[in-house]
Design a protein around this ligand. Structure first.
Ligand code: SF4
Length: 184
């Protein structure tokens, strides 16, 4: 019997990271707030990299509650995290917040952090799509097919998450071979 085709995942609860500054200002005004609330939102999202609306302490509670009905700050769910034996490479697997999908059926997002051993540099490889349309025979991602492009917010969130993980692990990191504890 033919397998029923699963609906393509769609992102749910859009991320505020998808919106540029003018759109954040318009959003604030549309919710009855002064224009400057949009800039405050921007600062929380990009300067302080707040993962949730709850963390945005200087925004009025009712404004945050109205925002939370339609948006989230970070939307990915971490499913797995692995560190290579040399301690220099880390890989994360996230599930995107796709409508009507169980955690295991949501679009999968992979992010890799590579530390240069000799230089004070880190490289973050982010996903810009879930799955891949090219179907290279040796690749598990390709065999799973193409699901959807990721949003700007989902791509940016990967960078912010790795940065947060690096800052959190800075003490541990100072014991790794490169000895660097600066951010991404
Ligand atoms: S199928 Fe895999 S190896 Fe081929 S392009 Fe896509 S991600 Fe890369």
């Amino acid at each position: 019997m033919a397998r029923p085709e699963m609906p393509k995942p769609e992102p749910v609860h859009p991320s505020l990271l998808d919106l540029d500054l003018p759109r954040l200002e318009d959003l604030a005004v549309s919710l009855g707030e002064p224009n400057f609330r949009g800039r405050q939102l921007w600062q929380w999202l990009h300067d302080r990299r707040a993962p949730s609306l709850e963390a945005m302490a200087n925004l009025p509670k009712d404004f945050r509650a109205r925002l939370a009905e339609r948006f989230a700050a970070w939307t990915l769910t971490e499913l797995a995290h692995r560190t290579a034996a040399d301690g220099l490479t880390e890989k994360w697997l996230y599930a995107a917040a796709d409508e009507g999908q169980g955690e295991q059926n949501r679009a999968a997002v992979e992010t890799v952090l590579i530390r240069e051993q000799r230089e004070r540099r880190r490289t973050v490889c982010v996903s810009c799509m879930a799955g891949c349309p090219l179907e290279c025979a040796f690749c598990a991602t390709g065999l799973g097919g193409f699901e959807r492009n990721l949003t700007r917010g989902e791509i940016l969130e990967q960078v912010y998450r790795v940065d947060a993980a690096c800052r959190k692990g800075a003490t541990t990191e100072s014991r790794t071979p490169n000895g660097h504890a600066d951010g991404v």
